[in-house]
Design a protein around this ligand. Sequence first.
Ligand code: ATP
Ligand code: MG
Length: 274
Amino acid sequence: MSEAALSVRDLVVEYPVRGERTWRRGRHRAVDGVSFEVARGEFVALVGESGSGKSSIANAVMGLAPVVGGSIRIGSDELTGQPLRRARRLRRTAQLVMQDPYQALDPHMTLEQIVAEPLQVHRLVTGKAARAEAVRHALARVGLDTSDEFLSRLPRDLSGGQRQRVCVAAALIVEPQLIIADEPVSMLDVSVRAGILRLLDEQRAQGRSIMMITHDLITALAFCDRVMVLERGRIVEQGPASRIGSAPRHPYTRSLLDASPRMRGAEFEAAIEG
Ligand SMILES: Nc1ncnc2c1ncn2[C@@H]1O[C@H](COP(=O)(O)OP(=O)(O)OP(=O)(O)O)[C@@H](O)[C@H]1O
Ligand SMILES: [Mg+2]
């Protein structure tokens, strides 16, 4: 029996695609036999270039990508092969912060409705006042305004960075054991990036498990315990951040390190000092 918050074994994700010269439908293998674990209270990063399959792995865990092989367990519960309803219930303790806050947020819903939605889905809070209170608390945790005026805004009234923080707030509101954050800081200014990353780190300090997806190896090394490097649907290297940063073994990891901008001064220092 595994103690891991998340265990993924030999995961294969394939998307149906139309063949170029034939009418037959082919398949595109985006994740090709990936295995890893995220321990309880661990902050890990899944790093790789665009198209390497990072979001496909995150979405597969949440039941949002076509899994054609392998096994996914949250705690000791196997998700693959379960009826949809049961799988949804087993995923209750996991939350995904989606990559694209423009797509993730329903343009017709107010912030209050958006942030409260996970509570509704899992039937966790009843009553208007309790709901508004929970929303305010979640917004405050990500450093957003908690006024009535702000709660009644629509996504289009927010900046990209605010939307991303709204997505994080909506994930935190259910106090998940496992948080999968897909590029949670890609759209944020450097000045607010460290704040969100520290927020995730605080969640870890409270015993939650975090899997952060990023194409930025330097940020991953600064904030995470362990780093997994994904290349074309396969994990080519994984290990403690300290070791990956100082002695990367795989040529692809080395090329990612070389491609990263050298220490972005303030952000990196802020990260290290916490
Ligand atoms: N819904 C889909 N249908 C078909 N192909 C898809 C779909 N989603 C992703 N893919 C393909 O699967 C591969 C992996 O995509 P994925 O989005 O997982 O990569 P990623 O590492 O998250 O990239 P990025 O850093 O750009 O977000 C890519 O080749 C992509 O084109
Ligand atoms: Mg992605």
